[in-house]
Design a binder for this molecule. Structure first.
Ligand SMILES: [Zn+2]
Length: 249
């Protein structure tokens, strides 16, 4: 009997060892999977959306801004000009960067973008995306942009003055460039904006870089970006990198 008990105990011990061995193996596998996932997703996962009129989206967003953001491993960037595809990226990105002035028509995609921001994710809005582009989607300007532009100075030189110390304006000093000076007007009915940099026009000044005071999402607006004169400018590139970095937090 005693001998049997011993065998029984031994068997139980063996089973326990085996089980704990399997457990450790499962744990180890889990750890390595998560390490691999993190390793594969190098930097801030960003989707740039372009396409529409009046701009060379391929050259300045798909090529130049992607290169700017991927420098030193800051971000892993994907680009699309198919607005119906946005919805499929949202679950696997940290920051959505809209630069398009082509319409986003699909109601499910519109809702998914609002949900994405509502979940506290990052949204960067560049140049053409700050325009009042869509009459049938006023919520976009009212709630995500907190305003918009309906006009701009003729393309030319102007100064952008940095107003505030903020992570988005870090290491950027006031600068001069050639661009379209957007007449960005905040919407009093929107969540409001915090102006970080101002474009100084001949008669009037307008917000050039700002943060939208959204309750959950981290939204940055950059009114600059018509062509090479901004996208190749170190000050613009730093602002864009800072914006994506801040929005991803
Ligand atoms: Zn433009």
């Amino acid at each position: 009997m005693k001998h049997t008990m011993n065998l029984y105990t031994l068997n139980r011990l063996l089973i326990l060892c085996l089980l704990s061995g399997i457990g450790s193996a499962v744990l180890a596998q889990g750890a390595s999977v998560s390490a691999t996932t993190k390793k594969q997703a190098k930097g801030i996962r960003t989707l740039i959306v372009g396409g529409g009129s009046s701009h060379d989206f391929d050259r300045w967003y798909k090529e130049e801004d992607v290169e700017t953001l991927e420098k030193k491993g800051l971000a892993t960037v994907q680009y699309t000009d198919n607005t119906d595809s946005i919805i499929h990226y949202l679950s696997e990105i940290d920051v959505l960067y809209l630069s398009n002035n082509q319409p986003i028509k699909d109601p499910a995609t519109r809702k998914a973008i609002f949900d994405f921001v509502e979940e506290g994710n990052g949204l960067v809005l560049g140049h053409a995306a700050l325009w009042y582009n869509w009459k049938d989607w006023p919520e976009y300007n009212a709630q995500l942009v907190s305003g918009g532009s309906r006009g701009h100075d003729r393309y030319g030189e102007f100064t952008v003055e940095i107003d505030k110390n903020h992570p988005v304006t870090k290491k950027v000093k006031s600068f001069t460039l050639k661009d379209e000076l957007y007449y960005f007007e905040p919407d009093p009915a929107g969540p409001g904006i915090e102006v970080l940099a101002t474009a100084k026009g001949a008669d009037k000044s307008f917000p050039s870089v700002f943060v939208v005071k959204h309750a959950k999402g981290k939204i940055v607006g950059i009114a600059l970006g018509h062509d090479a004169e901004s996208h190749e400018l170190p000050a613009y590139q730093t602002l864009l990198r800072n914006a994506v970095q801040w929005a991803a937090q």
